[in-house]
Write a protein that binds this ligand. Structure first.
Ligand code: CDP
Ligand code: CDP
Length: 221
């Protein structure tokens, strides 16, 4: 089965997708981490973030890998180097939507995502999985929550990691990123017509996980 989980920033997609994949013994793919890795690469090489062909040229030669880390985490490697923590920095978060809007970058990463999903049971989360990457996915979820709730959750998470952005700054970043992600020309963030809407505003992680597992099991019958 192919499970597509899309939605705006900080709705809970990666946390819940990982749990759902574990429960079903499926592969989990965090496509946001791939766009973050592309952004990291462009910044590291000092490339112009509008130069789509230069960035995708380098990206096509780079290797993005995922491997299991401690405590059920997933590590992201770029050309064998662990960039898991670095790609969550405020600098990358602030630039990723610009890089993710470049059509050539999307073309390169979408091809890699489809290749990973081929012949595998997979839970993939992102912005365009149900609409573009896996339009024939067996289950499509559009996960959302209020901006206030999403900002509060990300603030808590960042504070625990020792990051210093204020709640207001995080809320502003989330709103700006959601705007850019939903208004870009190529595969914008949008609920697929056949996706099930799951609002997580008043649900904890376990409740959302169970809700999504129930939707998937219903489909498996
Ligand atoms: O976890 P968070 O919501 O902060 O973001 P993410 O899932 O790591 O994705 C980071 C950024 O990558 C998003 O804001 C989008 O600009 C981009 N992205 C995308 O364009 N398409 C995807 N399938 C996944 C992420
Ligand atoms: O992947 P996405 O950006 O959609 O969100 P996430 O990184 O999975 O979740 C953002 C934060 O919200 C994490 O710290 C989760 O632990 C938390 N969360 C929560 O408190 N309650 C939920 N129902 C879902 C996520």
């Amino acid at each position: 089965m192919k499970i597509a989980i899309d939605g705006p920033a900080s709705a809970g997609k990666s946390t819940i997708s990982k749990k759902v994949a574990q429960a079903l013994h499926y592969t989990y793919l965090d496509t946001g981490a791939m766009y973050r890795a592309a952004t990291y690469l462009a910044l590291k090489l000092g490339l112009d973030l509008n130069d789509a062909s230069k960035i995708s040229e380098h990206l096509a030669q780079a290797k993005i890998d995922f491997q299991p880390g401690p405590d059920n985490t997933q590590q992201v490697l770029l050309n064998g180097v662990d960039i898991t923590a670095t790609i969550r920095s405020e600098q990358i978060t602030g630039a990723v939507s610009q890089v993710a809007a470049l059509p050539e970058v999307r073309q390169t990463l979408v091809a890699q995502q489809r290749k990973i999903a081929a012949a595998k049971d997979i839970v993939m989360d992102g912005r365009d999985i149900g609409t573009t990457v896996l339009p024939d996915a067996d289950v499509k979820i559009f996960m959302t929550a209020s901006v206030a709730q999403r900002a509060q959750r990300r603030y808590l998470e960042n504070t625990q990691k020792g990051m210093t952005s204020s709640l207001a700054e995080i809320k502003k970043d989330i709103e700006l990123r959601d705007y850019k992600d939903s208004h870009r020309q190529v595969s914008p963030l949008k609920q697929a017509s056949d996706a099930v809407l799951v609002d997580t505003s008043n649900l904890d992680i376990e409740q959302v996980t169970q809700k999504i597992l129930a939707i998937i099991r219903q489909k498996m019958k």
